[in-house]
Design a protein around this ligand. Structure first.
Ligand SMILES: NC(=O)c1ccc[n+]([C@@H]2O[C@H](COP(=O)([O-])OP(=O)(O)OC[C@H]3O[C@@H](n4cnc5c(N)ncnc54)[C@H](O)[C@@H]3O)[C@@H](O)[C@H]2O)c1
Ligand SMILES: [Zn+2]
Length: 376
């Protein structure tokens, strides 16, 4: 069992990573906080796979304490928060209830925002069931929903009382969703962990097979990095921006394709390749850009990347939530394990990388630097 303690302004909490921990959820939650009842917020799909196990783990639990919603990204919105809060009222949930978010990042973000606002805040426990949620989104206290105008535009910082990550839940994740999470794992190596980078170069095939030992090595390392970064900068004043590596261009790609073509991690994978090319063009990363590109390609093919350029590209980049007064701030790598942040770039460099990106991400080019095809 790995336990990582995360300090936050609202109090510390444990992040537990252990195969089979789901079966001990009841006892672990009781140790972390006092509560009247546990209300599980989840999705139909996740519940179908893991509901029975969780139900057995919480003594005295009954069906009225279950709230399921459709966790498509399109449903990550205020109307869903409204619906869940009303169901909590009707089920008699009081101030001492715990909300348990069982699912991926969408469930965590929505249920987290409900917990932050229901009766002005009730205790929250995350039980993340995707690679993204275990390695990243369940830690750090960001909760929220999308608006038609953009992603994650309404939300709150709200720390959980406990995070319980059971890698066994990853066994039922569709392969494309799983691979999408691996791009975010690469992000952690590049921003802060050279040793993780080396491990990924050597063990990507094992990770693609979801080898339990490889997952047990990699996920806690990502958790630790995320925990240390958000502890230093809980409300995203500075350092936390490094978590945005690959996301500036990634968000532009997601937005340009109407959030339908790419899974989030896939867009981040492309964004990291764009950042590697920019770092090479600006002499920041003379030697290791190819390693970064290799790692992204080793995870497997991504959907066709559109060519973005001119004023359209600039508009997409400038509307990113992280830009300031229309100025885009980039996170760029120096080597695997170290990035700089807050960098402004000349338009010509960004446009050169944007023009080169579609070819770099074409499946037929993946053989160039030793790509091994990922299982579908
Ligand atoms: N709060 C944060 O700090 C933070 C960080 C990163 C991402 N996010 C958010 O997370 C969301 C993406 O989350 P995600 O990548 O975890 O995907 P997701 O929550 O969209 O889940 C992907 C799909 O997998 C299904 N699923 C989840 N767990 C499963 C399992 N164990 N077995 C089978 N199917 C399962 C879901 O039902 C869904 O259909 C985005 O909305 C993003 O904005 C938040
Ligand atoms: Zn991300």
């Amino acid at each position: 069992m790995t336990t990582i303690r995360v300090r936050s302004a609202a109090g510390s909490y444990d992040v537990v990573f252990e195969r089979g921990v789901l079966a001990r959820a009841g006892a672990m939650i009781r140790r972390a906080c006092e509560y009247s009842k546990v209300y599980v917020v989840s999705s139909l799909r996740v519940w179908r796979h893991w509901g029975a196990k969780l139900r057995r783990a919480i003594p005295g639990w009954n069906e009225k304490q279950k709230i399921l919603f459709d966790d498509a990204e399109a449903k990550k919105r205020l109307a869903t928060v409204d619906e869940i809060a009303r169901r909590l009222v009707r089920a008699g949930a009081d101030r001492r209830c715990v909300i348990l978010a069982l699912g991926g990042g969408v469930v965590g973000d929505v249920a987290g925002f409900v917990a932050a606002t229901y009766l002005r805040g009730v205790p929250l426990v995350h039980v993340p069931t995707t690679l993204v949620a275990q390695a990243d989104s369940s830690i750090g206290g960001k909760t929220g929903v999308d608006l038609p105008e953009g992603k994650n535009l309404v939300g709150a910082f709200y720390s959980p009382k406990l995070v319980l990550a059971d890698p066994e839940t990853l066994t039922t994740l569709p392969q494309r969703e799983y691979r999408s999470g691996l791009y975010e794992v690469i992000k952690y190596a590049v921003i802060a962990d050279r040793k993780l980078g080396k491990y990924l170069v050597q063990n990507m095939p094992a990770l693609l097979r979801r080898d339990p030992a490889a997952l047990a090595w990699v996920i806690p390392r990502c958790m630790r990095i995320k925990a240390r970064v958000v502890e230093k900068d809980e409300h995203e004043g500075g350092l936390r921006q490094i978590l945005n590596f690959g996301h500036t261009f990634g968000h532009a790609l997601e937005s340009a394709t109407g959030y339908r073509r790419f899974l989030h991690g896939e867009a981040v994978g492309c964004g990291m390749v764009a950042a590697a090319m920019i770092a090479m063009l600006t002499n920041r990363m003379p030697r290791e850009a190819a390693v970064l590109i290799f790692l992204v390609q080793a995870v497997g093919p991504v959907p066709e990347v559109p060519t973005l350029g001119g004023s359209r590209l600039w508009k997409l980049l400038a509307t990113d939530k992280k830009s300031r007064n229309g100025h885009v701030r980039w996170v760029l790598p120096r080597r695997i394990g170290k990035v700089d942040w807050g960098i402004e770039l000349p338009r010509s460099v960004v446009e050169t990388a944007a023009r080169a990106l579609p070819a770099a991400m074409m499946e037929k080019n993946f053989g160039i630097i030793g790509f091994r095809r990922a299982p579908k």
